[in-house]
Each structure stands twice: as structure tokens, then as C-alpha cells.
Design a protein around this ligand. Structure first.
Ligand code: COA
Length: 404
């Protein structure tokens, strides 16, 4: 193995296309065409892309965009949405990602960003950098010819249908109010939309945006595409890829519409909230099958006291937790948590954990008691664990719903 010097630094604007080609290559995709690049260059927020260089070429990339994360209690905290992480396959397992992650986390800390988040291609990569699985998502499959919405459900309103060119224009504004919908959801800055559009331009099946309008205006939408092969080549599938609803009318109305689309054999919806009651909407609940539950967004508390202070806590009582962070070491220490908030303390801790485990608790996606059972939290007594369960609990399952 030839050892080379490498440099970790922010990319210059002239290096972004090479970096984009590198990243696509790490996912086994082709470099961007001129047409792709025309669009994709707008996904790069200035001063947010870290590159690793060796022998005059980009060999690794980790970038982010500025966003906001909804936390329990409905506050939105500043978020670094990390994306496009990759290392050229002839340079992996030599610490390149480790250096990129450290540089990026240091940048976030210096800028005072309290929280970072990402979606992981593999579950073994990011825990070591302090990221933990904060929310879960569910994939469901509906047998379209068997699934009927039960009579008591709301709905029946008009649906407006738009094709991709209109959807690109309309959806950023339609989505914006949904970002505060539940803990785990994120704002979608302009930098996230070129990737969204590129996905639909490359995918099989024409994209459609179904918009539900209630008494007070738009209250739900579903972005989907239908893949309709020759019958002998497989099922006609409607893929629901992005969907948000503000109330039961929009929920039932949009599902009624999706189930009414002709020629479709089955509907596959992925990345859905784990508590979304689609089966309960149907007369035959078995027509909706859960295909899997997966890790959704991974969260990294960059500034532990600021992040813990941004959310609310439930119930009475308080608990002292001890947090260990080997990368952003100023986070290490003890914190007293109660409905009054979070404060650093020198008192002895009842629960001890690493910062990636704290991220699992942060949005209410996991119970402290479950993480004690799983050996991720050390606890001195059962009462403190029960208090922590109540303090961190969320009203509804946290969920992100935005791929980035
Ligand atoms: C994931 C990826 C960026 C890792 O880069 P890398 O430079 O090899 O990572 P490092 O050498 O810094 O690895 C740090 C540690 O993580 C481990 N690790 C990193 N990626 C891993 C993986 N995919 N599977 C298992 N372990 C992994 C390394 O073994 C190493 O462990 P050690 O500290 O115990 O030795 C790189 O493999 C890659 O580009 N993969 C394909 C694209 C991709 O999946 N990107 C992530 C998108 S979310």
C-alpha cells in the first residue's frame, strides 16, 4: 500500500463537479451529465462541502446544508443536514471518513449549530462519530385490488394532480408548513430540491403530485410514480415516495385517491411513520402489509446542553444523566433534566451513556428502559429509569420523512 499525504479542506467552487462525480461513484453511479450538473450544482451550499485530497484529486467528500429540526415541544432547532458522504473505493478504510467527520463536526461546533443529522447507507458507519438512530420508518405494501377505505372514514374531496414540472415549482411551498408537523421532521432548504427533482427525472414511471385541499387550503399531498410494465414482466406498482397530511380528511382523502388509480396492482409506500394508521383505514386490514421497519434519521448532538435545552420534557421528577463524547469532548459531563429544562451539574448521575445513545433518546424514538435492556445505558436504579422514560416520551412517534 502506497502511503500518500492527504489534505482535508473545504472544496472550492471549481472542484464541486469532480466531487459530485466522486460521490456518485461511491454509490456505483455514473458521473453527472452536463444536464444533470446544471441542476445538481444548486444542491451545493457554499462553504459546506468538505473534501479529502490525495495526489491532486478528490478522494472523499462530506457536505451539509443548513436546515432546521423539529424537536419535542415543537421548537425548531438549527440543523446541519449532512449528505453526500463518500470515499473513493481505492482509499477506503484508511481513516479518510474519520478525518472528514471530525473536520465537519468541528465546523458545526464552531458555527454554534446544536444538532446534525443524516440518513445512513449502512448502519455500522456513524455511531463511532456520535450519531444515533433517532427515528424509525416503516415500509408498507397495499394490495390495491383488495384495499378499500371503510365507510366511516372522511374524504371524498377533490384532488389536484400535477406533473413533475409543476410539482418542482409548487412542492417547496406546499411542504414548508409540514416541517413543524412532528418531532424529527426537517425544513427543506432550496439546496435539497435539486436532488429530489433529479431522482424523479431518472426514475421509472412518471411522477405525479396529488394535492388535497381542505377548508383552509392545502392540507396534504402525496408525490408518487407508477411503474407499469407489460403484465408478463410484473405488477403495475404505484410508489408513494413523499406524503404528508395535516388532518384525518387529508389522510383518508389522499389514500382514497391513491387506491383509485387505475391499472395499479399494488401500492408500495416507504419511509412512512411507524404509527401511520393505514391498515385501520381499510375494511380489510390485511390488505396493508408491513414490509419492514428501518432506521430513519440519525442525529448527532453537536452541542449537548443547547440541544437538550431546546426540547421539552414531560412528567414530574428529574434525573441526572452522564454523557461521554470522545470527539466533541466539551459535551462530556452530567446534566440534570426535568420539566424545567436542562442544567449542567456535578451531582452523581443515575444514567450513563455515550453521546450516540443520547441521540437515540433525544426525539423520543426510544425509551431509556429499552436502551438499558439493550446495554446502551448504565443505570443505578429502576426509579430513575422510569423517570427518564417519562421525561423523554413523545406524543407521536418521531419521524423525519425527508430523504437527504
Ligand atoms: C462509508 C465510507 C464513507 C467509509 O469511509 P472510510 O474512509 O473507509 O472510513 P474510515 O476508514 O474512516 O473508517 C472508520 C471506521 O469505520 C469503519 N467503517 C467505515 N465504513 C464502514 C462500513 N461501510 N462497514 C463497516 N465498517 C466501516 C472502519 O472499518 C473504521 O473502523 P476502525 O476505526 O475500527 O478501524 C466509504 O466506505 C464509502 O464511501 N462507502 C460507499 C458510499 C457510502 O455508503 N457512503 C455513505 C453514505 S451515507
Amino acid at each position: 500500500m502506497r502511503v500518500t499525504d492527504r489534505e482535508i479542506r473545504l472544496l472550492k467552487p471549481t472542484e464541486l463537479r469532480e466531487a459530485n462525480a466522486l460521490f456518485r461513484g461511491t454509490l456505483h453511479g455514473p458521473p453527472p451529465s452536463d444536464e444533470d450538473w446544471e441542476r445538481v450544482q444548486h444542491a451545493y451550499q457554499p462553504e459546506r462541502s468538505w473534501g479529502a485530497f490525495a495526489d491532486g484529486s478528490v478522494i472523499g467528500l462530506a457536505r451539509s446544508v443548513d436546515s432546521a429540526l423539529t424537536v419535542p415541544g415543537d421548537a425548531q432547532v438549527e440543523l446541519a443536514a449532512v449528505t453526500a458522504v463518500g470515499v473513493r473505493s481505492d482509499r477506503t478504510r484508511r481513516g479518510v471518513l474519520t478525518e472528514l467527520m471530525r473536520a465537519q463536526l468541528t465546523e458545526f461546533a464552531e458555527r454554534g449549530v446544536p444538532v446534525a443529522a443524516l440518513h445512513a447507507s449502512e448502519a455500522v458507519i456513524y455511531g463511532r462519530f456520535g450519531y444515533g438512530v433517532a427515528t424509525l420508518e416503516r415500509s408498507i405494501r397495499l394490495d390495491r385490488r383488495r384495499a378499500t377505505v371503510h365507510n366511516g372514514a372522511a374524504g371524498g374531496d377533490e384532488i389536484e394532480l400535477h406533473a413533475l414540472d409543476d410539482a418542482v415549482r409548487l412542492l417547496p411551498e406546499i411542504y414548508a408548513p409540514f416541517a413543524a408537523g412532528r418531532a424529527g421532521m426537517v425544513a427543506r432548504p432550496s439546496y435539497l430540491w435539486p436532488g429530489w427533482e433529479g431522482h424523479y427525472r431518472r426514475s421509472n414511471g412518471a411522477m405525479r403530485l396529488a394535492v388535497h385541499r381542505g377548508r383552509d387550503g392545502v392540507d396534504g399531498y402525496a408525490a408518487y410514480r407508477v411503474h407499469n410494465p407489460w403484465p408478463e414482466e410484473g405488477d403495475c406498482v404505484l410508489y408513494v415516495e413523499d406524503m404528508n397530511v395535516a388532518n384525518p380528511d387529508a389522510f383518508a382523502g389522499l389514500w382514497r385517491y391513491l387506491l383509485s388509480v387505475d391499472l395499479v396492482d399494488r401500492i408500495d409506500a416507504f419511509g412512512r411513520p411507524v404509527d401511520e394508521p393505514v391498515a385501520a383505514l381499510l375494511t380489510d386490514q390485511r390488505a396493508c402489509e408491513t414490509r419492514g421497519v428501518y432506521d430513519d434519521v440519525w442525529v448527532r448532538l453537536v452541542d449537548v446542553p443547547a440541544a437538550l435545552s431546546a426540547r421539552t420534557y414531560r412528567g414530574s421528577g428529574s434525573v441526572v444523566i452522564d454523557v461521554r463524547d470522545t470527539i466533541l469532548t466539551s459535551n462530556s459531563g452530567s446534566y440534570r433534566l426535568s420539566a424545567d429544562g436542562c442544567a449542567r451539574t456535578d451531582e452523581p448521575a443515575a444514567l450513563s451513556m455515550t453521546v450516540d445513545t443520547l441521540a437515540m433518546l433525544y426525539l423520543g424514538g426510544w425509551q431509556a428502559s429499552a436502551l438499558v435492556t439493550a446495554g446502551r445505558i448504565e443505570a443505578t436504579d429502576a426509579e430513575s429509569v422510569a423517570i427518564a422514560d417519562r421525561l423523554f416520551a413523545a406524543d407521536v412517534a418521531p419521524w423525519c420523512g425527508t430523504p437527504f
